[in-house]
Write a protein that binds this ligand. Structure first.
Ligand code: BTN
Length: 339
């Protein structure tokens, strides 16, 4: 009932005000009849919500109004936002929220092994063993960032599913752009603002040579973190630092899920990136930039010309030859820095 009441407080408000609050009141009587409970029961829920950090105004003869919804994370907060989406949404159809966990990718893989459906979304407020690409760790402090993993069961070949990491990068870039933060994609899937990373994506798959059991796409976004450990201070930033104001994580999560659903629909038409190329290229920071390709078979420099429909980076070497660089094998760095 709590997440439904929260959804109702948000519903009908037209646009959220700057504090994530509502302009309209919902009467206590209406809530009582909707849920078939007493006024005291509704009053208790309102008090619980206040304790969780929501600012709720109660005015006689008008009812309750959500004055401000600070950056709270939790099952009620996320469910209430997802409940207001309308019909036809599937990303987040099953929500698994943990106040704290090891790694949402590990949780999602376990859920997948136990038969969880496509669209299952694992979200946490803090990871103790957050994992990054290439065996690195992902710093995951409590109370400020987004850490989530989406479970998919795509009906395609394993090599096609590798492109899903770029599809998520596009969705995240679109959602971040809507916040008014100037950020772009560093191929294949880092979101970068002013040369520093704000988001990383780790995609893992369980498959046989020609059959995919499941894919999990884990996404870590530095949202409201204001300071970073010494070892990543030079290369990491957050959306709040870039924008100069705090961002509501649950709203950003919802936005990413909506962008992902659209991009995934497009992706499924051809099971490649053909129709997503213009959008992906519009965010690609390495496009027409000088890059150094750290290929284990031999490093080389060139100019990145964009990606092809399978997500490989096209790099024009000094002699004019166009080479295709596959993300799984190599890293790409800018000549003068990270991008
Ligand atoms: C990278 O190295 O750039 C990828 C980082 C991915 C981090 C996210 S946070 C949510 C999910 N759970 C993890 O353990 N890792 C991913």
């Amino acid at each position: 009932m709590k997440s439904e009441i929260l959804a109702l407080l948000r519903e009908g408000m037209g646009r959220e005000n700057a504090q994530g609050g509502s302009q309209e009141y919902i009467s206590g009587q209406e809530l009582c009849s909707r849920f078939g409970v007493s006024r005291t029961a509704i009053w208790k829920v309102m008090n619980q919500l206040k304790e969780e950090g929501y600012e709720i105004e109660a005015v006689q003869n008008k009812g309750y109004r959500l004055k401000a919804s600070p950056d709270v994370m939790g099952e009620n907060e996320i469910q209430s936002r997802f409940a207001n989406r309308g019909e036809g949404h599937w990303a987040g159809c099953r929500l698994m929220y943990f106040p704290e966990t090891g790694s949402t990718n590990i949780d999602a893989k376990k859920a997948a092994e136990e038969g969880a459906p496509e669209g299952t979304l694992v979200v946490t407020d803090c990871q103790n063993t957050g994992r990054g690409r290439r065996g690195r760790s992902w710093s995951s402090p409590r109370g400020c960032n987004l850490y989530f993993t989406l479970l998919l069961r795509p009906d395609c070949k394993p090599e096609q599913a590798c492109m899903l990491t770029l599809v998520m990068a596009l969705a995240a870039a679109e959602a971040v752009a809507e916040l008014g933060v100037a950020a772009g994609i560093k191929w294949p899937n880092d979101i970068v603002a002013h040369g520093k990373k704000v988001c990383g994506i780790l995609t893992e798959m369980s498959a046989e040579p020609d059959y995919i059991h499941y894919v999990v796409i884990g996404c870590g976004i530095n949202v409201n973190q204001m300071d970073f450990p010494e070892e990543i201070r030079a290369t990491a930033t957050s959306l709040a630092l870039e924008k100069g104001e705090r961002i509501t994580r649950s709203a950003l999560l919802l936005s990413i899920m909506e962008h992902f659903e659209k991009a995934y629909d497009t992706f499924q038409e051809t099971w490649d990136l053909t129709a997503l190329l213009p959008a992906y290229h519009s965010y690609l920071l390495n496009k027409d930039a000088r890059v150094r390709v750290l290929d284990p078979k031999g490093e080389f420099c060139g100019t990145a010309r964009g990606i092809n429909k399978t997500g490989e980076l096209l790099v024009e070497k000094e002699d004019g030859e166009l080479t295709r660089v596959y993300a799984g094998e190599v890293s790409v760095r800018g000549i003068y820095g990270y991008v």
